[in-house]
Design a protein around this ligand. Structure first.
Ligand SMILES: C[S@@+](CC[C@H](N)C(=O)[O-])C[C@H]1O[C@@H](n2cnc3c(N)ncnc32)[C@H](O)[C@@H]1O
Length: 298
């Protein structure tokens, strides 16, 4: 070994020290070095005492330095895992979060595997929710909308890589769909004031995927109204929201006539998911004596 060059083990230890000093998980050192060297975790472990080639060391340092500045690990690696699926990620499209796996887990309870359900993911981003639902419920017809063309391109790529059939629409909210059994959505839901206090990782995300006005409800509120029109009677809506605005939307959903409206906690015990059901028997509009519709109040 050239005395100037380091072994993989020495470089790993150096990276671990730097990451720990920056309060980031030391285990990320293995991902970074493995990615720079083009080695799996297992292959890296097998050559810890070997010298790191200079070009690999240079690439690994460049990645580490970006990471120390807060650049998300998933963007450095170009991929992430979501609900057991490997997804490509890229700048400009939200990196799927572990909380959203909890949303999928809960919502799947409303799609019996034997039913040919119609499911919509609003604001699909990388396609995470829609693809996880389709993978877990192959009989379902799954739709997904987004207003960001870059997101849709990435989501379509992920669907193709995974061999999963989802119809992606560049459209706001429900894209005019109707007769749905289930709508699942992780809309932008952070209140604007979070921009000031957000961790450095969020600076690398598309702000329109994160922030939604003063209360963080500027997307979720119209979504609630549009979901009502798109769901079948008895259909369910599952939303991910922020602990500070979820109870506001719960109250509004209840006041608007949604049934069974409830808030559920995520794994960190934060109130995170709002579920509500469109009534199975919505009262019909009032009729006059000749059976003609009578519209009141307008
Ligand atoms: C928080 S990200 C969620 C991405 C993905 N579903 C996930 O969980 O990783 C919100 C997404 O909603 C999209 N979006 C924002 N407003 C929208 C709207 N009115 N209709 C559809 N999508 C919207 C954004 O472009 C972004 O991709």
């Amino acid at each position: 070994m050239n005395p100037a060059s380091k072994s993989y083990l020495e470089l790993l230890r150096e990276f671990q020290r730097r990451l720990e000093a920056a309060r980031k998980p030391a285990a990320e050192s293995r991902w970074i070095l493995g990615h720079a060297a083009g080695l799996s975790d297992k292959a890296l472990a097998a050559r810890l005492m070997q010298a790191v080639p200079p070009d690999v060391e240079e690439a690994a340092w460049a990645m580490l330095n970006l990471r120390l500045k807060g650049y998300p690990l998933q963007l450095l690696l170009g991929e992430t895992e979501f609900y057991g699926l490997k997804l490509k990620v890229e700048r400009g499209v939200l990196i799927p979060r572990p909380e959203t796996e909890g949303l999928v887990e809960q919502a799947l309870g409303y799609v019996p595997p034997e039913v040919e359900a119609q499911v919509l993911d609003i604001g699909t981003g990388s396609g995470a929710i829609a693809l996880a639902v389709k993978a877990a419920r192959p009989r379902a017809t799954v739709w997904a909308t987004d207003i960001n063309p870059k997101a849709l391109e990435l989501a379509r790529h992920n669907a193709q890589q995974l061999g999963l059939e989802v119809t992606f629409l560049e459209a706001p909210f429900t894209g005019g769909l109707g007769g749905l059994d289930l709508i699942v959505s992780n809309p932008p839901y952070l209140p604007e004031r979070y921009r000031e206090e957000a961790p450095p990782e969020l600076a690398y995300e598309d702000p329109t995927a994160l922030y939604a006005g003063l209360e963080g409800l500027d997307v979720a509120r119209p979504l609630l109204a549009q979901a009502w029109a798109a769901l079948k009677p008895g259909g369910w809506l599952w939303l991910e929201l922020a602990p500070e605005n979820i109870y506001t939307l719960l109250a509004e959903a209840t006041a608007q006539g949604w049934r069974e409206a409830r808030v559920y906690r995520d794994l960190a015990q934060q109130p995170r998911y709002l579920a509500c059901q469109k009534p199975a028997h919505s009262p019909p509009p009032p009729e006059d004596e000749e059976g003609l519709l009578v519209w009141e109040g307008e």
